[in-house]
Design a protein around this ligand. Structure first.
Ligand SMILES: Nc1ncnc2c1ncn2[C@@H]1O[C@H](COP(=O)(O)OP(=O)(O)OP(=O)(O)O)[C@@H](O)[C@H]1O
Ligand SMILES: [Mg+2]
Length: 440
């Protein structure tokens, strides 16, 4: 009966009398309408939001910004003539809202505006998911899906896990995920960056010390290993641990007890040990800078995080995630990306991996002047101009093929049949190429 098949949920916040007259018409048009006051939005989710903007919203705009950033969807402002006259209302609405509507309501026009906002929210893949706390391993590429599956199997075990991968690929996030999904999740997660603590402090930092153990030890200090009791100990950059400490750590792993510097009593400690490295530990063992016995102790189970260039299909969704995530920090509305920005992100090789992507999006969000983040805002303009060194024709063909796959996935990662059609190849050929380039 003309009612759309897709459910479209509209949340009307701080509705006014005129709004109430509008709602039955929207319901008839297929909108599933809910309304509430700003303070009671809580965890309600929606596909599109409508906010009747009042002078008090502009006096204390934080609540509105928080609502819009958290909801992760598009919002329409409803403005009375009085509100329109207020100072700064224009800037505020342009920055934070998808569109606006001035009173009195024109039902047909409202419906068009809401429909566009809904389409835009869908296109950006935002819809129902509110912004998470940034602890989730996001991505839909094959390496990430396999990683999530592997972690769900490893998390409940008590074995040490060695996490390997390039810088910025999410090793620490993997460690936190293993802890969160383990029996130990309610106990501490203690991370130690073995490369960042000065060598003379590391012994007492890890194992603690008793009062008077050395000059300057004015009081007893509980070491980080002990602080992790019952929980998970994450030894980051384990390859940087000095040789002497490697011996102490090994002893701890074997005996499951620590001795504070200057102490005489061993203290039993129950922790699960996770370690991460971006260096080649086997090479370090071979050249004698890493103990082989410690290597075998830590390397019981292994997880490898993939570089972002091998899962280009995740770039656009991660970029949207960071745009929403950083909008709260930067005080700017989450923005989508222009076509040029998406292409530039598809072409970039991401040597700094997800961390680089997060940083570029944060910068882009701050610099963006228009509705969308442009390639220039991300610092990705003119990349193609810096030509790589000459290579064989075969290399050029290989690169071009990979580029085509990345570009098409940036636009059609949710529909591989369409992606194959856009490239003018069959689905099996498309899958074969994805496999060949190890994408998704
Ligand atoms: N799959 C992912 N989904 C969402 N955020 C991610 C993902 N992978 C990494 N990140 C984010 O990217 C940033 C870098 O991740 P992380 O610190 O875990 O990397 P790392 O491998 O430990 O890097 P480094 O070797 O430089 O220490 C973090 O902000 C993290 O939350
Ligand atoms: Mg790290």
């Amino acid at each position: 009966m003309g009612v759309p098949l897709v459910q479209r949920r509209l949340l009307v916040v701080d509705p006014c009398d005129d709004c109430h007259g509008l709602l039955p018409g929207l319901r008839t048009a297929g909108w599933d309408v809910d309304s509430c006051a700003l303070q009671s939005v809580g965890e309600r989710s929606c596909d599109v939001g409508l906010l009747r903007l009042q002078p008090y919203h502009l006096e204390r705009p934080e609540a509105v910004k928080e609502l819009i950033s958290r909801s992760g969807t598009e919002w329409i402002a409803v403005l009375s003539q009085d509100v329109l006259r207020l100072q700064n209302v224009g800037d505020f609405v342009c920055e934070w809202f998808f569109d606006f509507h001035t009173l009195p309501f024109d039902v047909a026009r409202v419906q068009v505006t809401l429909g566009r906002a809904f389409g835009m929210a869908r296109l950006r893949g935002k819809g129902h998911t509110p912004v998470d706390e940034g602890h989730e391993l996001l991505g839909d590429s094959r390496p990430i899906r396999e990683l999530r599956k592997l972690l769900s199997k490893l998390a409940p075990t008590e074995s040490p896990v060695l996490i390997r991968g390039d810088s910025g690929t999410g090793k620490e996030l993997v460690a936190k995920t293993l802890h969160r999904q383990s029996q130990r999740h309610a106990k501490p997660f203690v991370a130690i960056n073995c490369g960042a603590i000065p060598e003379h402090l590391i012994q007492s930092e890890l194992f603690g010390h008793e009062k008077g153990a050395f000059t300057g030890a004015h009081q007893r200090k509980v070491g980080r290993i002990e602080a992790a009791h019952g929980g998970t100990l994450f030894l980051d950059e384990i390859g940087d641990l000095p040789m002497e400490l490697q011996a102490n750590l090994l002893r701890f792993l074997q005996e499951k007890q620590v001795e504070r510097v200057g102490g005489s009593q061993p203290i039993p400690v129950d922790v699960r040990v996770l370690a991460a490295t971006h260096v080649d530990l086997e090479a370090a063992v071979a050249k004698g800078s890493f103990r082989e016995d410690l290597y075998y102790r830590l390397n019981v189970l292994q997880v490898v995080t993939a570089p972002l260039r091998d899962r280009h299909g995740d770039v656009a969704m991660l970029a949207n995630h960071f745009s929403r995530f950083y909008s709260q920090e930067t005080g700017r509305r989450p923005r989508s990306f222009s076509e040029d920005a998406l292409v530039a992100m598809g072409q970039h090789l991401w040597p700094g991996n997800v961390r680089e992507l997060a940083n570029r999006v944060r910068r882009g969000l701050v610099l963006a002047e228009g509705r969308q983040i442009e390639a220039a805002d991300l610092g990705l303009v003119g990349e193609q101009a810096i030509s790589p060194p000459m290579a064989t024709l075969e290399d050029y063909k290989h690169r071009a093929e990979r580029q085509a796959l990345c570009d098409v996935l940036n636009r059609h990662s949710d529909n591989l049949s369409v992606a194959a059609r856009v490239l003018g190849i069959s689905r099996p050929t498309f899958y074969r190429l994805l496999h060949k380039h190890q994408i998704r």
